[in-house]
Design a protein around this ligand. Structure first.
Ligand SMILES: Nc1nc2c(ncn2[C@@H]2O[C@H](COP(=O)(O)OP(=O)(O)OP(=O)(O)O)[C@@H](O)[C@H]2O)c(=O)[nH]1
Length: 341
């Protein structure tokens, strides 16, 4: 590629399932004046995250149905980059939101070796402060993923004690003593922190490519880059959903469903509203959706040990369309909406 070709900076956004990647991305997308492209990678067959991304996006690409870091070659990612790196789009940066199972190291390598007119511009890892010690750092060595991060966003600080935050930071620094860590609630990271990294033509210490790729190679030889693959079940709705039946499901998810997410439509009898629904670990959030959904909605369940047949049967039953919602269910739904704010 000739030196005259402008390479568009690519920021990789990683983090365990439900850590807050889409929340961080949506904040970033509200940055006034920034021209951003987004590549969304979702695990389930329905790209829920593309529907949950809101704000000013100049272009979007998506890779659904698998983990971006496990792509056989860079072809699919390159195709998305090619679309976004067209000079006439004049994008300031492209953000790749990885699926919750993507390994940061292999993803960084894919971006580095991309043949599209892009350049790596940082790896931002979002940490779920609530679930960290149950999911990413379960004892023994601290998670190697932090070695390749250029910025760690320690999210959900509103839900945990400062002692816990300090303990998490300490563990991260064991593998990456110099990494910048920002504490956030609801993904409220200063966009300048992310975009500054991207604005340097050749980020000096921000992304030490040599060290990073060595690290990735070591990681691959140690673990064969064989992270366990999750199972997922995606179900589309055919009409408005019964809020009571759905809450029963979200409060008692199918066996092995660590994460559930989607968009549903709820009718109050007079009006129809779209809601984003989330389950992460044991926590349930229902909030008005930023965009009305295409069709009547959908719900995805994801988990390493998901019982797919139970999930399919129970989600299908919970999404069975109703003409009029049960009033008690609607009251419970509104209460939950207030608690989720
Ligand atoms: N209380 C609280 N909730 C948060 C915070 N950040 C995100 N959430 C909620 O956590 C849930 C998951 O957030 P997302 O941004 O969708 O997480 P994600 O990492 O994109 O999820 P996946 O793409 O499925 O891995 C949603 O219900 C968010 O509203 C936070 O700082 N505090």
């Amino acid at each position: 590629m000739s030196a005259a070709v402008r390479r568009v900076p690519v920021i990789a956004l990683t983090g365990h399932l439900g850590a807050g990647k889409t929340t961080v991305l949506n904040r970033l997308l509200r940055t006034p004046g920034a021209r951003l492209g987004v590549v969304v990678n979702d695990f389930g067959s329905i790209n829920v995250d593309a529907g949950l991304v809101s704000g000013q996006i100049d272009q979007v690409g998506s890779i659904a149905g698998g983990c971006v870091c496990c792509l056989e070659d860079v072809g699919e990612l390159d195709a998305a980059f090619d679309k976004l790196a067209r000079p006439e789009l004049r994008l300031d940066a492209i953000v790749v939101e990885a699926s919750g199972f993507a390994e940061p190291g292999p993803l960084a390598r894919l971006i580095h070796y991309s043949e599209a007119a892009v350049r790596p511009a940082g790896l931002v890892d979002v940490v779920d402060a609530v679930e960290h010690f149950e999911t990413v750092d379960t004892g023994g060595h601290p998670a190697v993923r932090f070695a390749v991060a250029t910025l760690v966003v320690l999210n959900k600080c509103d839900l945990v004690s400062s002692e816990r935050l300090e303990r998490i930071e300490q563990r991260i620094r064991e593998v990456n003593p110099s990494v910048q860590i920002v504490r956030t609630s609801h993904g409220a990271v200063d966009p300048a922190l992310l975009l500054d990294v991207a604005s340097h033509e050749d980020p000096p210490d921000q992304l030490p490519i040599g060290a990073l790729l060595r690290q990735v190679a070591e990681e691959a030889s140690e673990h064969g880059h064989e992270h366990r693959h999750a199972r997922s079940v995606s179900v589309s709705a055919d009409g408005p959903t019964d809020p009571g039946a759905l809450l029963d499901l979200l409060d008692d998810p199918p066996a092995g469903a660590y994460r559930m997410k989607g968009v549903v439509r709820i009718s109050s009898g007079r009006a129809m509203r779209a809601y984003a629904v989330h389950v992460v670990g044991g926590r349930v959030d229902v909030l008005p959706a930023a965009h009305p959904t295409d069709g009547a909605g959908h719900l995805v369940a994801i988990g390493l040990d998901l019982d797919e047949s139970e999930a399919l049967q129970r989600i299908t039953a919970a999404l069975a369309p109703v003409e009029r919602p049960d009033l008690e269910g609607l009251k419970r739904w509104r209460r939950r909406e207030r608690l989720s704010r």
